[in-house]
Design a protein around this ligand. Structure first.
Ligand SMILES: [Zn+2]
Length: 408
């Protein structure tokens, strides 16, 4: 049985090496964007790797100073993104062509070498050495569990740059006998909303009142200033806007911190959110502001969680509010505003809490395919929820979950 993990590591890089990594990332993104351009013929996009290889490889080797494996990885990333665009087009829906702007670059065993405390990475001008900034080793961390564990083999990594630092998300794998599986982690489900900004599968609620109140006050002030129409009023609107944004930001930071602390405390390895794409369309009362706040909160959680070795993922939100987290029965009548009451098994609870558990369960189902190292359950305030029901997790479930077929 194969176990795969991704371990995020912050890097320490000298200024001159940082310049080389930035340039490598830029050329990598340019290469991926070039492949997208070449794939698009004005009407449809080519998604076959072999065809795009013929079409772009030599040209990219000429145009860039990238390692050959970077050229191939950039093409593969472009192909993956194009496939999802083409899938959307096939349904007759609109999707823009993918563009790569978020700084990242792929590494594998041929253009990087991974050691216990550092790695060497190919750049546009030779290799550089990056030092790992590892957390305190007295604590059990993903680093001590996997990275420094000889049984795990490093297969590759993605280099990221964000908030002024480089990070290497190192992919590792091990082949283990099923009974020797390292203890699997658990999922922490988070439901986002307007009344309650966030509700977790562990039963914690963060009310949206504070944000909504500030927002209403801000809109009122802005409107009264707009009525003035003077230049002074206009400048004042901008100042008020900046101040409010800072205030919202600070609040979202605090919620993100508390949320991640709770996930850490509960021993969770993955935090699951609903997919944020189109979230506003799914929430009739959501404003642009809410959408902004959800994305901010997600980004902050992802950032903080990553530094704690917790991965954050988004899952398909379909039926999370109508589905019973206890028996799986799904019906729109199960939910009435804030209360959830299952018409099949009689389970009753706060609708957002039920949704948070479902979000965790959806991730669990997604990961229980052939990935041996999938999490075993969704963390509740007491006990654990598995795809087979609530309760102490029986050993058979711990070892390799088989997702029940979804009743939906
Ligand atoms: Zn039920």
């Amino acid at each position: 049985m194969e176990v795969r993990r991704t371990v995020p590591i912050k890097l320490e890089v000298t200024d001159s090496d940082a310049d080389l990594l930035h340039e490598t990332i830029q050329q990598f993104l340019d290469a991926a964007n070039y492949v997208v351009d070449e794939a698009y013929d004005g009407e449809w996009a080519e998604t076959r790797k072999t065809v795009l290889h013929e079409q772009t490889y030599d040209e990219l080797r000429d145009r860039t100073e990238l390692h050959s494996n970077h050229v191939q990885s950039a093409r593969d990333r472009a192909v993956d993104a194009l496939k999802s665009t083409v899938a959307t087009w096939s349904k007759g829906e609109y999707a823009s062509l993918p563009t790569f702007t978020t700084p990242f670059c792929e590494y594998n065993q041929r253009n990087a070498t991974f050691f216990d405390g550092h790695a060497t990475l190919s750049t546009v001008d030779g290799r550089v050495t990056v030092e790992y900034v590892l957390p305190d080793e007295s604590r059990e961390t993903p680093h001590s569990n996997y990275l420094l564990n000889d049984e795990f083999e490093t297969t590759g990594a993605t280099l990221h740059y964000r908030s002024g630092s480089f990070y290497l998300h190192v992919r590792i794998k091990a082949t283990v006998d099923a009974p020797d599986l390292p203890e699997n982690g658990t999922v922490f489900g988070v439901d986002l909303g307007i009344e309650n900004l966030a509700v977790t599968s562990t039963g914690s609620f963060w009310s949206g009142d504070e944000l909504n109140h500030w927002r209403t006050e801000y809109v009122k002030r802005r409107e009264s200033l707009q009525e003035c129409g003077t230049r002074w009023a206009h400048e004042n609107i901008q100042a008020v806007g900046r101040k409010e944004t800072g205030r919202f930001d600070q609040y979202l930071h605090r919620v993100a911190s508390e949320l991640v602390d709770e996930a850490v405390h509960a021993g969770c390895t993955t935090i699951a959110f609903e997919d944020l794409t189109d979230i506003r369309e799914r929430m009739p009362n959501a404003r642009e502001f809410h959408e902004w706040a959800f994305h901010r909160l997600y980004d902050y959680v992802e950032y903080k969680a990553t530094t704690c070795g917790i991965t954050v993922e988004q899952v398909n939100p379909q039926y999370t509010s109508q589905r019973c987290s206890t028996c799986g029965f799904t019906h729109e009548d199960n939910r009435h505003g804030e209360s959830f009451s299952c018409h099949s098994c009689g389970y009753e609870n706060h609708a957002d809490y039920n949704a948070a558990k479902n979000i965790g369960l959806t991730l669990l189902r997604n990961q229980t395919g052939d990935e041996g190292g999938a999490p075993v359950g969704v963390r509740l305030n007491s006990g654990m929820l598995t795809t087979n029901g609530v309760g102490p997790v029986p050993d058979s479930v711990r070892v390799g979950i088989h997702a029940e077929s979804s009743p939906v």
